[in-house]
Write a protein that binds this ligand. Structure first.
Ligand SMILES: N[C@@H](CCC(=O)N[C@@H](CS)C(=O)NCC(=O)O)C(=O)O
Length: 421
């Protein structure tokens, strides 16, 4: 007779009836109408206890062997699982990446886009607070401008990390990393909240939309000033010169303004957002279109950078920083996870030279945390990588390859190679 526990095993694992009686060697008829499966050594309670451990695949293997022996699962089962997975995937992708009718990714507009109303004065030291994450390419832009201008604690930084569902949390780095050259995650230094979402909720008038990074917070007015990276880098470049270590550095000089805008208009849709349009495409047509535009634009930039140090000549501008954060993630993340796989960045000598040029600027490498970036994509974007496996990348895509010899040791010693976040 079947025990109660064995019935529970059946409830947990075997809602399916077998189509063919002859392939039911371990099935028994239970006291209820639903058949159940006897699994050697497993009861409902030890399955529950082991459900998060490495033992689970063994149980699944046993179920499979009992159901269809050593052959492949029956076509009907594969079809059912496939259609359930596809529907689940479509639901998750809709949540992650809103799309148009063709399945093309539509990035939501930023909700807060104010500028500073009054010129910043000495008493504003620490008033504006910058929330970032090192994973995010948009937030990375703001961390770079913050570093290049040398804004330090005049504009304090809080660095968030994603939890497994993608929400930004404040989990400061624990440990003894005294010689760490890369910025580390922090607590919420302005409010001591656990999640970025809770900071957004404090803004005047309240807010319950998506809590994105980067975000610039005004601690006097208790409100979000801006959560659009393209605006925040302009604000950081212009407004805080009284505190900046390098006030002379102007990343958007007036004589290059129209040139910068021209590059931004091309690079944002085709490259910065272009890689996301490839990775978040929910249909072949949308992907094909995005990949074409992406690589046509990269080809064009390669040609331009063959004879120009930066996008606008010899001067580094905000347009370069906007391009840099996408290029930095290209081979380790977008090439694999977002299927931007027509060519590697390494195959573009001028773009690769340009990437190294910016990486080596003072303060930039400290904002480039490749292991954290990789975990933030491969382990968090579940619908794109359900197994959460973080792939190995070639040494040539490693940041150490972006440095001159003299700098290699300093940077490589600062890279956390462990896959633990
Ligand atoms: N337009 C924004 C986009 C920012 C953005 O999408 N940030 C992502 C991280 S890469 C985010 O925080 N996502 C969280 C969410 O959408 O809930 C900008 O450029 O600042």
């Amino acid at each position: 007779m079947a025990s109660k526990q064995e019935h529970l095993v059946c409830e947990l694992l075997c809602p399916l009836r077998l189509p063919n009686k002859s392939r039911r060697p371990t099935w028994q008829t239970g006291s209820r109408s639903r058949p159940f499966l006897r699994l050697k050594g497993y009861t409902a309670s030890n399955i529950r206890a082991s459900s998060s451990s490495a033992e689970l695949p063994d149980i699944i293997k046993q179920v499979g062997q009992s159901l269809w022996g050593k052959g492949l699962p029956p076509g009907a089962l594969v079809g059912a699982v496939r259609s359930a997975w596809t529907s689940g995937w479509a639901i998750m992708m809709k949540q992650l990446a809103p799309s148009d009718k063709q399945g093309g990714y539509q990035r939501p507009k930023s909700k807060f886009q104010k500028r500073l109303l009054n010129p910043v004065s000495v008493s504003d030291h620490g008033r504006y607070h910058l929330y970032v994450s090192l994973t995010c390419p948009w937030a990375h832009r703001t961390a770079i401008v913050h570093a290049l201008k040398g804004l330090g604690d005049a504009v304090p930084l809080s660095i968030a990390v994603p939890n497994e569902t993608g929400l930004w949390e404040f989990r400061p780095h624990q440990g003894m990393s005294t010689d760490h050259h890369i910025l580390l995650p922090t607590v919420d230094r302005a409010h001591k909240k656990a999640r970025l979402m809770d900071v957004y909720k404090l803004t005047k008038g309240g807010y319950d939309g998506r809590a994105t990074v980067p975000m610039l917070w005004d601690s006097f007015c208790e409100e979000v000033v801006n959560n659009e990276s393209a605006d925040i880098i302009e604000i950081l470049n212009m407004e805080f010169n009284i505190f900046a270590c390098d006030p002379q550095l102007d990343l958007a000089p007036p004589h290059l303004q129209s040139d910068i805008e021209k590059w931004n208009d091309l690079i944002y849709p085709n490259i910065n957002n272009g890689v996301y349009r490839c990775g978040f495409a929910q249909g072949q047509e949308a992907y094909d279109e995005a990949i074409n535009v992406l690589f046509t634009t990269l080809d064009m930039l390669e040609e331009h950078l063959a004879s120009s140090k930066f996008l606008c000549g010899d001067i580094l501008t905000l347009a370069d920083i906007r391009l840099f954060t996408t290029l930095y993630r290209f081979d380790p993340v977008y090439y694999v996870l977002f299927k931007c796989s027509k060519k590697k960045l390494l195959e573009y000598p001028s773009l690769y030279r340009y990437l190294g040029e910016i990486f080596q600027m003072s303060g930039v490498a400290a904002t480039c945390d490749l292991p954290t970036i990789m975990d933030g994509y491969y382990k968090v974007l579940f619908p794109l990588n359900p197994g959460g496996i973080r792939p190995v990348i070639p040494v040539s895509s490693h940041p150490t390859s972006l440095c001159g010899d003299d700098k290699q040791r300093a940077v490589s010693s600062s890279i956390r190679l462990s896959s633990t976040p």
